[in-house]
Design a protein around this ligand. Structure first.
Ligand code: GSH
Length: 222
């Protein structure tokens, strides 16, 4: 299946995929993995903004698309449904390998994927922490517990420490160019720090520098 491509006359590098639909919550951590990636690549995909407050993601219509009732979901030109942010990102990366955001050799790709998977785990642990640290997710955690949150943060911090080491002196998580690993890790930092104004990874100088650097990119606009 080859998607229909259109070049936007006003922006020569923008690649528009007119017949797809990306279901998202604009502020959601996992949907932002995809939207940040698409912005970095200059790919324009039609979006459907799910009405989270009114539980549109739990309606029978949406559950037919994504039985987990979560976002993001992508419906491709031929009606194929792709769920899971990482799968959606890798799908686009296969459609548009240049400029690469996953690496050019099997070894590089494995290293980027390893960091990306670590980021996936970081998000999962961090979400449990957020559900217990804020009152913003009453359907997930009706009675947030500070003690539980503190325990969960230790598991978050364990992965942050690995990322702090992995980034070394690099500008981006996997080296000198942004990769899908940055697209996965950045949104959870942004959710914790900007959306909920929480201290997150505050004592990791390299990750702090990376965050500020990435935050200045157009793709990170919130
Ligand atoms: N592993 C999934 C996680 C998706 C996910 O949890 N999305 C959140 C938004 S950040 C969601 O839809 N939450 C609604 C719910 O769980 O009810 C992915 O990578 O796409």
């Amino acid at each position: 299946m080859t998607p229909r491509l259109h070049t936007d006359a006003s922006n020569g590098h923008l690649r528009r995929l007119g017949d797809m639909m990306l279901y998202q919550f604009r502020m959601g951590t996992n949907p932002r993995r995809v939207s940040i990636y698409l912005s970095e690549k200059g790919i324009d995909v039609p979006r459907y903004e799910l009405d989270y407050a009114n539980l549109e993601h739990r309606t029978p219509e949406y559950l037919r698309i994504n039985p987990s009732g979560r976002a993001p979901s992508l419906v491709t030109d031929d009606g194929t449904v792709i769920t899971e942010a990482a799968a959606i990102v890798e799908y686009f990366e296969e459609l548009f390998p240049e400029p690469t955001m996953i690496g050019t050799s099997p070894e590089q790709r494995a290293q980027v994927r390893a960091l990306e998977r670590l980021g996936n785990d970081l998000i999962a642990r961090s979400m449990l922490w957020l559900w217990n640290t804020t009152n913003a997710f009453p359907r997930k955690e009706p009675q947030p517990s500070k003690a539980f949150a503190d325990m969960l943060y230790r598991h978050v911090d364990e992965l942050l420490a690995v990322l702090e080491q992995a980034i070394g002196e690099n500008a981006f998580l996997a080296g000198e160019i942004p990769t899908i690993a940055d697209c996965t890790v950045f949104p959870i930092f942004q959710t914790a720090r900007e959306r909920f104004n929480l201290s997150y990874a505050a004592h990791y100088p390299r990750l702090n520098a990376w965050y500020e650097n990435f935050r200045a990119r157009k793709s990170a606009e919130y």
